[in-house]
Ligand binder design. Structure first.
Ligand SMILES: Nc1ncnc2c1ncn2[C@@H]1O[C@H](COP(=O)(O)OP(=O)(O)OP(=O)(O)O)[C@@H](O)[C@H]1O
Length: 594
């Protein structure tokens, strides 16, 4: 029976049901994501590309000043009908244009390469952390967050996006600050000081236009932050629902045969319709939350182009500045406002990035949220003992007791069957033996020197050739084709021998019974000291089941076997039973097997 998902704090946050984490914590995390790459093994490239990129930002700002000065000279030249100076202005323009072309071509190249390598680094880092210490399985087992896979594939891609990603926002910030400084230089030449009386004295602040621009930007920033809050929340909800739709579709693809047989298309269609509806509702919230942001952005841009003229034209009328300076000053103001108001302009993008970063933070939190293991699993038992438990009590993830095993010992060479009603905790006990079930108390130990093999009901088949699937965990080259062909023959699978090297989706192509026969081939190749089987023959017909156990008996004499089986006829292949019922376990000897 599949347990129901437990909504965690993180998923509640993402759907807007819980308060977000403190901003300081989220900023620290975002900063960590950015910082990590610069000390990684790719640090030489990272720093080199960053320095080049920064140089481009400075050069871009310098080119803006050059162009602005050129423009001032150009308009003044027109006003003065300076025909002679026109040719030299043209030459200067070609020079500046050539440099701008270098900027336009190479700045995106360097930025894209840097973002690409950063993305690969981030993806590798997350993959390592997610796959280490069994975290990927724990996150699924406890259903801590939704779709960690999509967070690693998609959210990282968006964070490292070369056009709208976090790094690009930061480098554009540098560009904005540098070019803001150059625009201020230009405006200082053209704008009048602000004069007013304070406590009977006349106060004069130079660069009035700059002061107006700064005030303008400050007010707009506050408005943007207020309008942007619902947008961030809406974006997170939307990303969450998009990921749900994708995973629903994957679920349908993966379970296509079962859905067809159960005639479950209407059911699946219904849940897909709900997923699509959720995407619609959350997207609509995003669109609605953008109305305010767009209005503020549009107003901000349009007012920004007219305000400088109202400030500068009176000085032109008064003869204090030239027409070229009016145009240059307007250009500088228009440049300065988005530079100072970089935040305002980019707020929707920043907000989107924050929501991606929050989803990655939730993944990080889930990876880091390692509960202390209640059951201690280790290696090392007394001589002659293959498996030993001490005071073992297995609990469900939320703490309720599932089964009490107590002290249990399996001697080397013994063959144990674990039996009990469905849901009693048999598979969970095997997981505890493998160290994959931490909830509970007590100890589990396996013999130090022994090689152990766990065979679940549904075999794990790696992507690759059939031979690779049979030889797993060994490499296919470790075993001769002739040996594999002979094994296939033994398992009545000789029709697959010619396809041994074919790359196919074997996990979807082979029937469950064929997969269980592949499992036996693996066992015969590996010859482990301790074999733990979880309903490993449940999909086999009686003849094949008997064949399976006969081969085990013949080729693995002396090997310790613990197997969960429901079929009572198979008890004959075992010499002990651990009977689990009503939350307790009882060890009983069986008649010696044949
Ligand atoms: N990840 C999980 N989260 C919550 N409960 C779980 C989880 N995995 C298993 N359980 C619960 O633990 C109980 C025991 O499950 P287990 O698979 O060990 O039973 P079983 O005895 O092997 O059953 P069966 O014979 O049907 O395979 C079940 O109630 C199951 O729902």
């Amino acid at each position: 029976m599949l347990p129901q998902p437990v909504p965690t704090g993180e998923s509640r946050r993402e759907t807007g049901l819980a308060r977000p984490q403190p901003a300081a914590e989220r900023w620290r995390h975002a900063f960590g994501l950015l910082r990590d790459y610069w000390t990684s093994k790719d640090w030489k490239f990272a720093w080199g590309a960053l320095i080049v990129l920064m140089a481009f930002q400075f050069a871009g700002a310098w080119l803006f000043v050059m162009m602005n000065r050129w423009q001032q000279r150009f308009f003044d030249g027109i006003e003065n009908r300076d025909v002679a100076g026109f040719a030299s202005l043209l030459t200067a323009f070609i020079g500046i244009l050539a440099l701008q072309m270098v900027f336009v071509v190479f700045e995106p190249y360097v930025r894209r390469m840097l973002c690409l390598r950063w993305r690969i680094h981030l993806t590798e880092t997350y993959l390592n952390r997610w796959l280490s210490r069994n975290r990927y399985a724990e996150i699924e087992r406890l259903r801590m967050i939704d779709n960690p896979d999509q967070r690693i594939a998609d959210d990282i891609r968006f964070v490292a996006d070369p056009d709208a990603g976090a790094l690009t926002i930061l480098t554009s910030l540098v560009y904005s600050l540098v070019s803001a400084a150059s625009s201020i230089m230009i405006l200082l030449e053209t704008s009048a000081p602000i004069r007013f009386a304070l406590f009977g004295r006349e106060v004069s602040i130079p660069g009035g236009t700059i002061v107006y621009a700064t005030l303008y930007v400050l007010v707009s920033s506050v408005v943007m932050v207020l309008l942007g809050k619902p947008y961030i929340r809406a974006m997170m909800g939307w990303q969450h629902r998009e990921a749900d739709l994708r995973s629903n579709l994957i679920h349908v693809r993966r379970n296509a045969p079962q859905i067809g047989l159960a005639d479950a298309v209407p059911t699946e269609r219904f849940s897909l319709r709900i997923a699509v509806q959720n995407v619609y509702l959350t997207s609509r919230s995003v669109i609605r939350s953008m109305i305010g942001l767009n209005a503020a952005n549009g107003l901000y841009d349009r007012l920004g182009s007219i305000i400088p003229l109202f400030i500068l034209v009176p000085r032109y009328f008064a003869g204090a500045i030239t027409f070229g300076q009016v145009m240059g000053g307007r250009d500088a103001f228009q440049q300065l406002v988005p530079q100072l108001g970089f935040f305002v302009h980019l707020y929707p993008r920043v907000a989107t990035q924050i929501s991606y970063l929050n989803r990655l933070k939730a993944l990080d939190d889930a990876i880091a949220h390692e509960r202390p293991a209640g059951i201690s699993a280790g290696a090392g038992t007394a001589a002659g003992i293959a498996v030993a438990t001490q005071g073992l009590v297995i609990r469900r993830p939320h703490g309720e007791p599932l089964v009490e095993i107590g002290d249990w010992q399996v001697r080397q060479g013994e063959r144990w069957v674990i039996r009990g009603p469905s849901g009693a905790g048999k598979s969970t006990l095997l997981r505890a033996l493998a160290g994959l079930w931490p909830d509970g108390t007590g100890q589990v130990a396996l013999a130090d020197s022994s090689t152990t093999m766990f065979v679940p009901q549904r075999l794990y088949l790696p992507l690759g050739t059939l031979k690779a699937a049979i030889c797993f965990p060994d490499a296919p080259e470790d075993h001769d084709d002739a040996v594999i062909a002979a094994l296939l023959d033994t398992m009545y699978l000789s029709h697959l021998a010619d396809d041994m090297h074919a790359l196919r989706m074997w996990s979807e192509e082979l029937s469950p019974g064929e997969q269980q026969r592949i499992a036996l081939m693996r066992i015969l190749l590996q010859k482990p000291d301790l074999l733990i089987l979880d309903e490993a023959t449940s999909a086999l017909d009686p003849a094949n089941t008997q064949h399976f156990h006969d081969l085990l008996g013949r080729h693995l004499a002396g090997v310790t076997i613990i197997s969960v089986v429901h079929d009572e006829r198979l008890h004959a292949y075992h010499d002990h039973a651990l009977v689990i019922a009503d939350g307790r376990a009882l060890a009983v000897p069986l008649e010696p097997h044949a």
